[in-house]
Design a protein around this ligand. Structure first.
Ligand code: FES
Ligand code: FE2
Length: 423
């Protein structure tokens, strides 16, 4: 693949690169979303590279013996809490022949037994039993020097903060707090303040687009006022809201912080003419969905954090959820939505949170619009003549208090381009 204003396709470390990426970060080449070689490189340099990958919440495995399935990038893992309360993350791949042995999404027990030949692992991922290890009547079985300790499951390092669990295959990545950086850490701590959380539910859906487009979508406040009727019409997110779009020093993580006004927003005619999604006459049959019970020590009514590579953490009025992006090749990803509340919530508050969560998910009041827009975008870059997307709105420096900017998208790709060595 060759682009007009790029140099010839490069070969780096044996992995073919479809084209060099011009240093101008307002141009995003299509092939980062479509090329199988780029996807393979992401496995190595991003998901197994020096990054902390979100895998789940502690409230998903509150007691010793609890476990659940998750993913590090595209790789299936199990997150388990051992008898001492420690969290372990290991590959969901039997050390014998490779079976994805843990089938239940979540559960509780003392060991994992692979269904194929019953190799058995404890909650730390160590191999503890191999049937017919010594053969039968002195024949067959594992070799004499077979070392159980050398055949456990592949393990990841784990970091936890505020009830959120991260895993990494890298020995080089900095501590989680440094990885997030002080500005993003502050907003992370505002939502994950150490208060006990309560799992309310999980839903999963497939989106026919590249996983990076979802991170972009949440770093792109510009689209939200144009695409989302629900957000704009009911005042959760309009251009006049006070807003802040912080990023970490390396540009890879971002925040989208807004403060909504009380009640329906004042929207001027000039703003309305640009906000196609705004429907002044639209009403909700059940306005309780908009109720906001103040609960966090934060001046922002909405906080969307995009933590590189695959976590989105959302606090929108009383909706609390995380989204894990699970890449399934260049053209598809699975989204795992984990909806939670606080341990002290009464029944009414639980109902309220669940009601509000209807805005997200595959059929949500606004989630459906993002899923469609991203699928259409993927069709565009996959089927049309190769080209570039533009991310040129807003400035790169301070201030960071406008919604009409694509600064955070450029920040992520500045980092991505560097870590993927696509220069
Ligand atoms: Fe798991 Fe054989 S593949 S025990
Ligand atoms: Fe959106």
């Amino acid at each position: 693949m060759q682009h007009d204003d790029t140099t010839a396709a490069g070969i780096d470390g044996g992995v073919p690169v479809p084209g060099a990426w011009p240093a101008d970060m307002t141009l995003i080449p299509d092939w980062i979303y479509t090329d199988p070689g780029i996807y393979e490189r992401e496995k190595d340099r991003i998901f197994l590279g020096p990054h902390w990958n979100y895998v789940g919440l502690e409230c998903e495995a509150p007691n010793p013996g609890d476990y659940f399935r998750s993913y590090v990038g595209p790789f299936p893992v199990v997150v388990a809490r051992d008898e001492d309360g420690e969290i372990h993350v290991f590959e969901n791949r039997c050390a014998h022949r490779g079976v994805e042995f843990c089938r239940a999404y979540r559960g509780s027990g003392e060991r994992f037994i692979c269904p194929y030949h019953n190799w058995t692992y404890n909650l730390r991922g160590d191999l503890v039993a191999v049937p017919f290890r010594r053969g039968v009547r002195g024949r067959g079985g594992a070799p004499a020097g077979f070392d159980m300790a050398a055949h456990g499951l592949a393990k990841f390092r784990v970091a936890r903060r505020g009830g959120v669990i991260f895993a990494t295959a890298s020995d080089e990545v900095e501590p989680l707090e440094d990885y997030l950086g002080p500005g993003i850490l502050k907003e992370f701590d505002a939502t994950f303040d150490g208060g006990e959380m309560r799992l309310l539910g999980v839903h999963r859906n497939l989106v026919r687009s590249n996983w990076k487009l979802y991170q972009e979508n949440l770093k792109d406040p510009y689209h939200a006022t144009l695409l989302h009727t629900y957000l704009t019409t009911f005042g959760l997110f309009v251009t006049a809201n006070e807003t802040n779009i912080p990023t970490d020093a390396r540009g890879r993580h971002g925040g989208l912080l807004t403060r909504r006004p009380e009640g329906r927003p004042e929207v001027t005619e000039e703003e309305q003419s640009d906000m196609q999604a705004f429907r002044a006459a639209m009403e909700l049959n059940d306005p309780r969905v908009l109720d906001f019970v103040r609960e966090f020590e934060s001046g922002w009514s909405a906080s969307v954090l995009t933590i590189f590579p695959t976590l989105t953490a959302l606090r929108q009025t009383n909706i609390l959820n995380t989204r894990l992006l699970v890449p399934r090749g260049p053209d598809t990803f699975m989204m795992v939505w984990t909806v939670f509340g606080r341990a002290g919530d009464d029944d009414e508050m639980v109902r309220h949170r669940l009601r509000q969560n209807n805005i997200f998910g595959p059929a949500g009041f606004l989630g459906i619009e993002d899923n469609e827009a991203l699928a259409f975008l993927q069709q565009g870059v996959r089927r049309s003549r190769p080209g570039y997307g533009l991310a040129m709105l807003g400035d790169d420096g301070e201030p960071v208090d406008t919604m009409i900017t694509e600064r955070a998208i450029r920040g992520m790709y500045r980092y991505y381009r560097e870590v993927m060595n696509l220069r």
